[in-house]
Unconditional design. Sequence first.
Length: 436
Amino acid sequence: MNKELVVLNISPYADRLMDFWCPYAHYHNQENGENEPFFFMCMRNSVRDIGFSCSVKTFDEIDKSKTWFINLVISGGLPTEDRTIFHCFPQEWISELVNGNAYLIINNENEYNSFPFLFHSYKEIEKFQKIPKKKIILLTAAAEIHKIHKKFCIDHNIQEKVKIIYSPHMNVVFGDNDVKYLSENYIGVEKTKKYNILNREFRWHRPFFVSLLAKYELLDLGHVSLGLSSRRQDEINSFGSMHSYLQHNLKEIQRNHSSIIHSLLFREISDGIDLIHDKIPLCLDKNEFNTNYVSYSDIPLEYMRSSYFHITSCTYFFGFEEQSTGWHEKEWKPILVKQPFLMLGRPGMLKLMKRFGFMTFSKWFDESYDDIADDWLRLEAIAKETKRLSEIPNHEWDLILDDMQNVLEVNYELLRTKRWELFFFGSDLKSLISYL
């Protein structure tokens, strides 16, 4: 007998949800309509084979004698002491969550900011205790959320826990036109640089890493961008100069998030800041950095195609910013361009990719940096591996790329044709079936 995973169509409630929720933020499925949650794309093919289906229905259409879900993306609104993010819920929702078969999914699959998500969600849940915790599911793109949740509950003495589900980030959505654009024939393109690293948003690991590249005399060997939004420029203006801004923040982070073993590395980063401060922003394809050019059609292919390897500058690197590994769109771009990569991100990023069936480049690259828990030592290790790879002569690199072709092709085909199955079986989404 076919079982159906039903999610409420919340479009009719959009106006009343706007303060704290994004009524349309989780609708990204273009194949089957714009009213479906993203995670349906990961589930549909796999669950169909075992007699399940996924659907979105209005409140009146739902068979309330069976399990169904209210899936909401939290927007980061500011509740007050006497008003929670749940106060905008219609009474019929509350009744079904308390006494019926409805479950609430608080959806954060577009990010992997694990601790803030747990902290604010539990804070709001504790303030509004009408909904039983057993009826609440937190869904996030933080791959290590279970470990972090366990520690969070111990640290905050939480006895009654909510359900946690890990689901990969939604920005793996790309269509045939994207694939066609990215697979354009670039045979014969001359390799003018050894590497490329594309840093549009100014996160702290990025200027520090670029400073190390400068210190190691590598900037001229790569295509390097380092963006500067108007918001960041306003901060810099308050310090009087980019040089003062970078050096001040380096010292602050050093004081709060390092140890004596990093002293030499901090001197190297500081020396690198002296070399790059008057060159920022470093521009390649665009000199406008307020827009988040997230789409696959915005990839500056000419810089990737004319270099040997890519350094994926992930959203998060430092543990004081985010504890978990996770993905955005950045990690998929070199795979779709068929370029080998180093991963400038949280420890365990390569292990996460292997967990989902992708191959990495340990035959040619020193990937031991992925095991280094110390953020600063990992930053240094990746910079030194960039230096080693950049010193390999072009004729040797040509042979290495030929040797890598099987890995590059396997990853490309896996991502292009099997991503939904991988993300379903590699994540916790399959646990939703247990509710039916």
